[in-house]
Design a protein around this ligand. Structure first.
Ligand SMILES: Cc1cc2nc3c(=O)[nH]c(=O)nc-3n(C[C@H](O)[C@H](O)[C@H](O)COP(=O)(O)OP(=O)(O)OC[C@H]3O[C@@H](n4cnc5c(N)ncnc54)[C@H](O)[C@@H]3O)c2cc1C
Length: 309
């Protein structure tokens, strides 16, 4: 990317590899990585950035495969300056860089039930964008307001209706960066909330490869609902089941593997490239289609360019 970029107060790094910023530890370089100092810095940078330069906001990379050729964009990653958490009654406001886990724990301390966030390893920005959820609760159930900086550098408050939440999806204006979100959770007893979170963590560890490098569920359940279910989840068909039926549990390609512990988890066993991971995922989709006629949809987002030959 040959461009003159605005000079921010935060950190702007050219040609920055993204592999160490994703859970799967793969991915080529971003043209630029921008880590804004604070909201004003982000506003000025976006306002002054030529309109044709693409922007990609990322959280902590727990739902991403960045391809090996990297991203032709300015990747924006929020850090300190965007990770505060404050509580007012049953309302919790968190910066987009705050980890879901920290928000859930802080909310529980003051008797607000955002427990479902405890076992999701992403950031609040990623939770809102992906409508993250588990154990029958979703971000859309508790979100009251999200604040963004638009691609033009304006600060805007969005309502849940503006975000148009769907299964693992919400709408944001193009190039907008979420900077904070306000949630309202049911009241609960702090001790009981912490006990519940501990039980959920234990359940995860028993059933999912939580110690491996993964990006969570690879494919959506065919019915479109979380495997941890909610009241209207009447579909028994799970992605892991159709993957098992296609004989792909434990299948591998290069350093990529469909986890033997949970067959809908794609893992990097150590030396995987993004191409190994995506290639194995596509092979699974093909085998599942051949055996059951079901077309699995990716839940992991894949972004960027493949490596040029
Ligand atoms: C072991 C494991 C278990 C998981 N379990 C679950 C689960 O139970 N339920 C679930 O829903 N997910 C689960 N996930 C997936 C993942 O944690 C969630 O999708 C999470 O919300 C992603 O957050 P992130 O910060 O990592 O976002 P990233 O992966 O970095 O990005 C995901 C998307 O969010 C956008 N985004 C991130 N931050 C911002 C921002 N500030 N502004 C605008 N856009 C932004 C990115 O552009 C991208 O489109 C799991 C992942 C792992 C590794």
């Amino acid at each position: 990317m040959v461009q003159t970029l605005p000079a921010p107060r935060g950190k702007l790094t050219e040609n920055r590899p993204l592999n160490d910023l994703t859970w799967l530890r793969v991915g080529g370089p971003a043209d630029y990585l921008f880590q804004p100092a604070d909201i004003e810095d982000l506003q000025h940078f976006l306002r002054d950035l030529p309109a044709e330069v693409p922007v990609f906001p990322m959280g902590v990379g727990s739902n991403l495969i960045v391809r090996d050729g990297g991203l032709r964009a300015v990747v924006i990653r929020l850090g300190r300056g965007f990770n505060g958490i404050s509580v007012d009654g049953n309302t919790v406001t968190a910066g987009a860089a705050a980890l879901d886990t920290h928000v859930a724990r802080k909310a529980a301390d003051v008797g607000v039930d955002l427990t479902f966030l405890r076992t999701i390893p992403g950031s609040i920005g990623g939770a809102v964008r992906m409508n993250a959820g588990c154990y029958g609760s979703y971000t859309e159930d508790v979100l009251r307001k999200a604040t963004i900086v638009t691609r033009q550098g304006e600060v805007l408050d969005l309502s849940p209706e503006d975000l148009n939440f769907r299964y693992r999806q919400s709408d944001l204006p193009d190039g907008a960066v979420l900077v904070s979100a306000t949630f309202e959770g049911p009241a609960g007893d702090p001790e009981e909330l912490h006990t519940r979170m501990a039980a959920q963590l234990q359940k995860r560890d028993e059933t999912q490869p939580t110690k491996d490098r993964s990006a969570g569920s690879t494919f959506r359940n065919p019915a479109g609902f979380s495997s941890t279910g909610r009241a209207d989840d009447v579909h028994d068909l799970k992605a892991w089941k159709v993957i098992d039926d296609a004989g792909m549990r434990g299948a591998s390609r290069g350093g990529a593997q469909m986890s033997p512990k949970h067959s809908n988890f794609l893992i990097n066993t150590g030396s995987a490239t993004a191409s190994d991971l995506e290639g194995l995922g596509e092979e699974v989709r093909k085998k599942v289609y051949e055996t059951s006629g079901i077309t699995l949809e990716w839940e992991i987002m894949r972004v960027g360019d493949p490596l040029k030959e």
